[in-house]
Design a protein around this ligand. Structure first.
Ligand code: DP6
Length: 360
């Protein structure tokens, strides 16, 4: 598909008003997206686990305006409170998608959104929130056309979400989601995320992700700025090639359930992401001393028993612990005894692999 396939030719039905509601999950990248071209096109392909419990729930009430407005007309409630400071992001999103959702200026939208994970936990909510909003808009569009097949619905929702925040396109459908053109991955595209198209061993279907909240404050450098710093970065080309090669490596790892190799790829990806931050100009560090202490503890845990606990990191200080379901008991004990001490106020979130967004 190409971008223009997402521009509707006309709408068969006129809707005066209505309400839609969706919940969309967060996701954690195993091969990271870091660096992009114009129009939210990723510099390299990525793959992520969809989460289950960390979600954004968004409802959109829409009312037809008497006349088409020059500006977008919407208000935004976050966890029941009006949030003017969140509006510019939605405004930018609407501008980017207006071409594909031409009814945007015909309606007033009341957007009401909340997260299932604690606010300012340092967990990025842009992926789940942009995915949930995109699904709401697609739900409205669906009511205006005579017929829309589900495949198109989800592809376009992911396409729109990507324009809001790149990683959001991986929060729409599927439990293991691939985004970005890759010569060895059938059906892969820069435009939207696709359910991982190759066999996945059962061990990954109940994988656990415990998120240790190391630092709950605002990040010192935004992801958007970080992506930008990959332009002219001394290691960018090598990094993009490494991500490409890691995706090739993961194909047999996912199929065979080779957890030792899985851990190597995932940890190397996380550390490379942060290495890119530390070697850009300007350079910056998002990890905290406790992030490193946790990593050392994990490595020590692995050295002393043949266990499959590994970590990954987002663009922040929090640590995602990834491990198979059958090791859950021991890992939970280890977290309580050894790792909680490094979490801000002892807080962590127990999540696991999920299956994508849902209409409510
Ligand atoms: C480190 O999707 O937040 O989490 O497209 O600018 O909104 P924008 O960036 P964003 O970047 C995510 C970066 C990452 C890696 C990943 O999720 O693949």
């Amino acid at each position: 598909m190409i971008e223009n396939d997402f521009i509707p030719s006309s709408y068969a039905h006129d809707k005066e008003q209505g309400r839609v509601q969706w919940k969309a999950p967060s996701n954690i990248a195993l091969v990271k997206y870091w660096g992009k071209k114009q129009n939210q096109i990723p510099a390299n392909a990525s793959v992520s686990f969809t989460l289950d419990k960390c979600r954004t729930i968004t409802s959109v009430e829409f009312t037809k305006l008497d006349k088409v407005d020059k500006e977008f007309s919407f208000d935004l409630l976050f966890e029941g409170q009006k949030r003017e400071d969140f509006k510019p992001k939605i405004e930018t999103f609407f501008k980017r998608i207006e071409r594909y959702i031409p009814f945007l200026k015909n309606y007033h939208f009341s957007i009401n959104t909340s997260n299932t994970f604690p606010h300012s936990s340092g967990i990025a909510s842009s992926a789940s929130s942009m995915a949930a909003l995109s699904l709401c808009l697609m739900d409205i569009e669906k009511q205006m056309v005579s017929e829309m097949n589900p495949d198109f619905f989800y592809k376009k929702a992911s396409f729109l979400a990507r324009l809001g925040s790149g990683s959001a396109c991986r929060s729409v459908k599927g439990s293991l989601v691939q985004w970005g053109e890759h010569d060895k991955i059938v059906g892969s595209t820069n435009l939207y995320g696709i359910p991982y198209p190759f066999p996945v061993n059962d061990v990954f279907k109940s994988y656990q992700d415990t998120i240790l909240l190391v630092h709950k404050g605002q990040k010192s450098v935004s992801s958007t700025l970080g992506h930008d710093l990959m332009h002219g970065h001394p290691f960018s080309e090598k990094r993009f090639k490494q991500a490409h090669d890691n995706l090739i490596r993961l194909r047999s790892i996912f199929a065979e359930g080779n957890l030792d190799d899985f851990m190597e790829v995932v940890e190397s990806e996380a550390l490379t992401l942060h290495a890119m931050m530390m070697t850009s100009i300007p350079y910056f560090i998002l990890m905290k001393p406790n992030t490193l202490s946790i990593i050392e503890k994990i490595w020590e845990y692995r050295r002393t028993g043949k266990k499959h606990l590994c970590f990954t990191l987002d663009a922040g200080a929090n640590v995602h612990l990834l491990y198979p379901n059958n090791e859950k008991k021991e890992v939970e004990k280890f977290i309580k005894e050894e790792l909680i001490a490094y979490c801000e106020n002892g807080q962590y979130i127990c999540d696991q692999i999920g299956f994508g967004a849902k209409k409510m």
